[in-house]
Design a protein around this ligand. Structure first.
Ligand code: FNR
Length: 383
């Protein structure tokens, strides 16, 4: 299926499914436990209806906005996602270049397969680095210093991962990290020749910003074991304050769902929140970001910028989020399907589809600027 024959994000998902070995497709696509939250993230948008104004002179639509101190051409950007090289050899560089081409922000994950410095060198577009506060505080601090040196615009601290969620699809498909050519994986690799060719040419799937640290520890510990050991279940809000000492730029806390935590994040020094449940990959049974938004906006007022992260597959989803008080949305799978389907060109196709839907939907809603997408543009359906 060519990218041009993909008419929406669902089509990109089908194209990704066709190109990737099954364990990798399900690694992107899946969530935790029964995947209730994964489904809910998108379905909850259906609880809201848009309220169009007609005859509103929509000859010129302007999607520009400002998020995290960055002027963006779009009110949505790319969420941080790890291990992009698993999905396409153009990896994080392809995604970051696509984001820059569309005038939006790229968030590089701490679990990325590309170095902080290499993303910065490849694009002059707005950039954010997603960090975890690892047990190895020296490495955490080193990340911050490297982001400063490479002129990242913002730092994003993910806080919903004291440990990994229960991803049963990965266990069923035998997803192993890094991927290995085993008897079990052979059939799915063979069914994905384009992917397998690149895999065999360059089977290095290191987590690029961490490898040097593991190497310095010497023999006896693998990269994945090291990473698994680094998640610190004892973290608290005081640790956010610790991080704040080293970084005085925009700080986003990612993974907040309640007004109580939103206030704590503000008090710990956050400038923005990504309202997120990690795309339904962590606590199954937690609410969709879109339904958490309004109570959080009511609690923090304009003190924090709010980003809805999860379930976004359509321009109308973004409009509903903006109308309910979001400053922007971010997308994970929507662009990862594109990356898997066609590298940078696939990410560009994902961004193009969402942008064009948004342009059309803004006109149909009777709005010409992001600031026009106000609460009266949306209503909650009676439950
Ligand atoms: C993620 N996500 C994620 N988040 C994060 O903070 N650090 C990470 O390394 C990753 N890695 C990652 C890998 C994959 C394959 C997926 C699908 C997701 C979560 C991501 O940033 C975002 O919160 C969700 O993807 C948002 O939901 P949607 O847009 O995928 O529905």
């Amino acid at each position: 299926m060519s990218l041009q024959r993909c008419f929406n994000v669902r089509d990109l998902r089908s194209a990704a499914k066709r190109r990737l070995p099954a364990p990798l497709f399900h690694y992107i696509d899946g969530g935790s436990d029964d995947e209730w939250t994964l489904r809910r993230n998108t379905e909850a948008f259906d609880d809201y209806v848009l309220r169009p104004a007609v005859l509103a002179d929509v000859a010129n639509i302007d999607l520009r906005t400002s998020v995290l101190g960055c002027a963006l051409d779009l009110p949505f950007f790319l969420s941080p996602t790890g291990m992009s090289k698993l999905f396409h050899h153009e990896r994080e560089l392809g995604a970051a270049r696509a984001a820059a081409k569309f005038g939006t922000l790229y968030a590089l994950s701490a679990m990325g397969t590309t170095r902080i410095e290499d993303v910065a060198a490849a694009t002059s577009g707005p950039k954010m680095f997603q960090i975890y506060i690892f047990k190895d505080r020296a490495l955490t601090k080193e990340f911050v210093e490297r982001c400063k040196a490479s002129k990242y615009d913002a730092l994003c601290l993910t806080v919903d991962t004291p440990l990994a969620g229960n991803r049963e699809r990965d266990r069923r498909t035998g997803m192993v990290m890094p991927p290995r050519l085993t008897l079990k994986s052979l059939a799915s690799f063979a069914a994905s020749p384009a992917w397998a060719w690149h895999f065999l040419r360059d089977p290095d799937f290191s987590i690029a910003n961490v490898t040097h640290r593991v190497n310095a520890l010497g023999k006896g510990i693998g990269l994945i074991d090291y990473i698994n050991q680094q998640f610190d279940r004892s973290l608290g809000w005081k640790d956010v304050e610790w991080l704040r000492q080293w970084w005085d730029g925009p700080l986003v806390i990612k993974g907040v769902s309640t007004p109580e935590d939103a206030r704590l994040a503000r008090d710990a020094g956050a400038t923005a929140l990504m309202i997120s449940n990690h795309g339904g990959r962590q606590l199954d049974g937690s609410a969709a970001p879109i339904e958490c938004l309004q109570p959080i906006r009511d609690a923090v007022g304009r003190d924090l910028q709010l980003i809805v992260d999860g379930g976004v597959r359509r321009g109308t989803h973004i409009l509903k989020a903006l109308a309910l008080g979001a400053d922007a949305c971010s997308v994970g799978r929507a662009y990862l399907y594109g990356l898997a389907a066609g590298g940078q060109a696939g990410v560009e196709r994902a961004l193009e589809l969402l942008r064009d839907e948004l342009l059309r939907d803004m006109a149909l809603l009777g709005c010409t600027r992001i600031a026009d997408v106000v609460p009266s543009k949306v209503a909650r359906l009676p439950s």
